[in-house]
Unconditional design. Sequence first.
Length: 72
Amino acid sequence: MSNTQDHKPSSASSEFESEAQGRARGIVGEFVDFLRHNKKWWLIPIVVALLAVGVLILLGGTAAAPFIYTLF
C-alpha cells in the first residue's frame, strides 16, 4: 500500500506563501497594520507627541535652536 496522496495546499498555506513572496512592509506600514488589527487607535497621539519631542531634541542641538526657544 503506497502512500501517494496528492497534497493540495490549503488556503492558509497558499495565502502564507503569497504573503511571503510579496514586498516587505516598512516599520510604518507594520505599525499602521498593528493599529488597524488590534484597534489601538489611542496610541496615535502618544506616538505623535513622542516624535515631536524627539524632533525638538534633535533640532535643539543645531543652529535652529534659537528659533525653537522663542516658541516657548
